[in-house]
Write a protein that binds this ligand. Structure first.
Ligand SMILES: NC(=O)c1ccc[n+]([C@@H]2O[C@H](COP(=O)([O-])OP(=O)(O)OC[C@H]3O[C@@H](n4cnc5c(N)ncnc54)[C@H](O)[C@@H]3O)[C@@H](O)[C@H]2O)c1
Length: 357
């Protein structure tokens, strides 16, 4: 990537700003432009950090093709991280933004890729897998979590989690639909000459994530322990036994670099990636770790009603990716939470207004 020009859309966001800084680091040496409309609360705090890392920042909106003209400069790679990433987007009415940004914005990025001959990395999501099918998987209940059991007869599912060939028919949230539709568009543009890789991430977390009730659960959980406020176990019996896998942002960045370094093996393909079974936590387990790390206790309430968007257990079966690349997630969930705690406590004055909003 040395000397290559990379456009990171959503480049002031949690993932985008970390990727932009990693690509601009001396050992990689790319020329990086971060592009963001600063819609997400807290993304504005990343703009000075981007400048310190030598990343150029452009304030713009992927929904507006003219904003993406970028003075006609050559672009070798687009990392598409601009999105409304909330699974709850559109539930309260008004699906226009999530569709326009996630799908319309992607079309504009794909047109740019086609025009400038750029490759595209698309950050998709585990949310492409339909809610009802994921929740139909067999589980056993332990004292702290639900655990997937073997799934005989279910394609793409096992105790290891969900693989890329898990069936896609069914409802998956507006957010998930925009991402799946985006994946289809990428395949169409590939036929027009745009090279791409799609990664369906489970939960990514770590320092820099401005978690809120509808997105960024591990960051939100730690933030409540650091900055105060209440938390709630919602749905699935109200005991916090729902499970997600979590991949540290540094591991996610390493993965994107590994994919870039092995482009011919990943080009044109769709991969599941996350923490996997070994790096998964239930909410109840997350609470226990947050208490231990922060030394504080948060009042916890319970709501038995399960939201229609919610899945009981999601684990990324990423064996295909690990077989193709030498990448492995190296940082355990405890480290994700410890790093979140260290980031929040050492930047408390700046972050408190964001997390208390
Ligand atoms: N964080 C996760 O757990 C996770 C998991 C799977 C996939 N992803 C995907 O990774 C990408 C980045 O997610 P994130 O967690 O960093 O979210 P984020 O909200 O922190 O970052 C998204 C950024 O995009 C910007 N943005 C929103 N609309 C825009 C627009 N119209 N034009 C330009 N910029 C716009 C926001 O201001 C924000 O800075 C998203 O595509 C998301 O779907 C994230």
């Amino acid at each position: 990537m040395r000397g290559a020009t990379v456009l990171v859309t959503g480049g002031a966001g949690f993932v985008g700003s970390a990727v932009a800084r990693r690509l601009a680091a001396p050992d990689v040496g790319a020329r990086v432009v971060a592009f963001d409309n600063l819609r997400r609360r807290g993304s504005e705090l990343n703009v000075p950090l981007l400048a310190e890392a030598g990343v150029a920042f452009v304030h713009g909106d992927v929904r507006h093709q003219d904003d993406l003209a970028l003075g006609g400069r050559p672009i070798d790679l687009i990392v598409e991280c601009a999105a409304e990433p909330s699974v709850l987007a559109g539930y309260g009415g008004g699906s226009r933004y999530v569709v326009d940004a996630n799908l319309g914005g992607l079309v504009n990025c794909l047109e740019l890729a086609r025009e400038r001959g750029a490759r595209m990395m698309f950050l998709s999501t585990s949310r492409v897998y339909p809610v009802e099918r994921v929740n139909a998987l067999a589980v056993r209940e332990t004292t702290t979590r639900y655990a997937l059991t073997d799934q005989p007869g279910v394609p793409g599912a096992s105790a290891e989690g969900i693989a890329e060939d898990f069936p896609l028919g069914g409802v998956r949230t507006l957010y998930g639909s925009t991402k799946l539709a985006g994946e289809l568009l990428l395949a169409e543009y590939a036929a027009l000459g745009v090279e791409y890789v799609i990664t369906r991430f489970g939960v990514i977390a770590g320092p820099g994530q401005m978690g809120k009730v509808d997105q960024g659960v591990f960051s939100l959980w730690m933030a409540r322990h650091v900055f105060g406020g209440a938390l709630r176990y919602q749905g699935w019996g109200g005991a916090g036994k729902q499970v997600r896998d979590v991949v540290h942002i540094a591991d996610a960045c390493d993965l994107l670099l590994a994919q870039l370094g092995a482009w011919s093996s990943v080009n044109g393909r769709t991969w599941n990636a996350g923490g996997g079974l070994a790096n998964s936590l239930s909410l109840a387990e997350t609470t226990a770790l947050c208490e231990e790390i922060s030394g504080t206790h948060v009042e916890m309430s319970s709501d038995l009603a399960t939201h229609p968007s919610d899945v009981r257990v999601y684990l990324s079966d990423q064996r295909a990716l690990m077989h193709a690349l030498s990448w492995r997630p190296l940082r355990a969930p405890r480290q994700v939470l410890e790093d979140l705690h260290a980031w929040m406590t050492s930047n408390a004055a700046t972050l408190a207004p964001v997390f208390r909003a």
